[in-house]
Design a protein around this ligand. Structure first.
Ligand SMILES: NC(=O)c1ccc[n+]([C@@H]2O[C@H](COP(=O)([O-])OP(=O)(O)OC[C@H]3O[C@@H](n4cnc5c(N)ncnc54)[C@H](O)[C@@H]3O)[C@@H](O)[C@H]2O)c1
Length: 295
């Protein structure tokens, strides 16, 4: 069995192996044995990432971290951005970032700084991935002014501020691509997550409107719309964290494929959308949801 570097913490970790120039997604146990392989990344998508300058927000955790790891494994230069400094440093040590910027994407000054710093160091930005996001779990009556404003500030303002700064540089370059994190809840409703649903609907419309504005500039802007993904967000903002049995019951009851997604399965779609393989795609909201919204 092939050996990979064992994970530093926990029993299992996920990552990339480069084998005969093919990138594979693997799950590895504590002694470095590969326990499962989620398949090979598209060769084309991997190849054209060499030397790309990629800024990823929300890179400390979940799908942002998985995306940064996948792009880094494909040879891209990663600028990793997150509010959680300790988490960002740990994650970046794992996937190997060119540099990290700690701050809040709801602050337009910070977003401008991230793009300026990227251009100062590398002369351009090729790919912007807006993965940072938060959730609150309540209906209208249970949503305070502060909760409403915070969800909108991070999920909507954050995507807008970062994209506005990024697209200004991409327009000068006449090239570049942005991938936003929407959600199934941006297209269909969910009970008990009002502010989150509203915010993701806005992300979908930012994606479409900006794609139309910037198609003539050679800039493609798309969104992934994940279903239920196995990240810390799934357990956040609940009275008690769900058990494995709770999550499987949720999957059995609601997901046609009857399992949650692993973050890497969404990251692979982000990599595809960022690659030349997706050269004729802009303004698309791509479901990565095991058939959740096919009904
Ligand atoms: N997990 C899911 O089931 C799911 C489903 C659909 C969409 N999404 C979306 O995918 C994206 C990634 O989510 P995840 O599940 O990986 O979550 P996660 O909680 O694992 O990671 C989110 C990251 O965003 C960072 N962040 C939060 N607020 C920030 C801020 N103001 N500025 C900078 N960074 C900030 C956090 O520190 C964290 O590292 C989010 O936009 C989320 O809404 C998640």
């Amino acid at each position: 069995m092939q050996k990979c570097p064992p994970p530093q913490n926990g029993l299992f970790s996920q990552g990339l192996c480069r084998e005969q120039d093919k990138l594979s997604i693997y799950v590895v146990d504590q002694v470095g044995d590969i326990q499962s392989n989620h398949g090979t990344v598209l060769n084309g998508a991997g190849e054209d990432m060499e030397k790309k300058i990629v800024l990823v927000t929300g890179a400390a955790s979940g799908m942002g971290a998985a995306t940064a790891r996948l792009f880094a494994g494909a040879g891209a230069t990663i600028i990793a951005v997150d509010l959680n400094e300790a988490g960002l440093n740990d994650a970046a040590a794992d996937f190997g970032a060119a540099f990290c910027l700690t701050g809040d994407v709801s602050d337009s000054g910070f977003c401008n700084h991230c793009i300026e710093e990227t251009v100062k160091r590398f002369g351009r930005i090729d790919i912007l991935v807006n993965a940072a996001g938060i959730i609150r779990r309540s209906d209208a009556a249970g949503t305070s002014d502060d909760d409403w404003r915070r969800v909108m500030a991070v999920n909507v303002d954050g995507v807008f501020f970062m994209s506005r700064a990024g697209v200004a540089v991409m327009k000068e370059q006449q090239s570049g691509t942005i991938i936003n994190f929407g959600s199934i809840w941006g297209g269909i409703g969910a009970a008990g997550t009002l502010a989150y649903c509203a915010s993701k609907g806005a992300v979908h419309q930012i994606t479409r409107a900006m794609a139309l504005d910037h198609a003539p500039d050679g800039i493609r802007i798309n969104a992934v719309c994940p279903g239920e993904v196995n990240t810390p967000m799934l357990a956040s903002e609940r009275d008690a964290p769900p058990t494995q049995a709770d999550l499987q019951a949720l999957a059995d009851a609601t997901i046609p494929m009857k399992r949650l997604a692993e973050p890497e399965e969404v990251a692979r779609v982000v990599l595809f959308l960022a690659s030349d393989d997706a050269s004729y795609m802009t303004g698309a909201l791509v479901p990565v949801d095991a058939g959740y919204t096919a009904r």
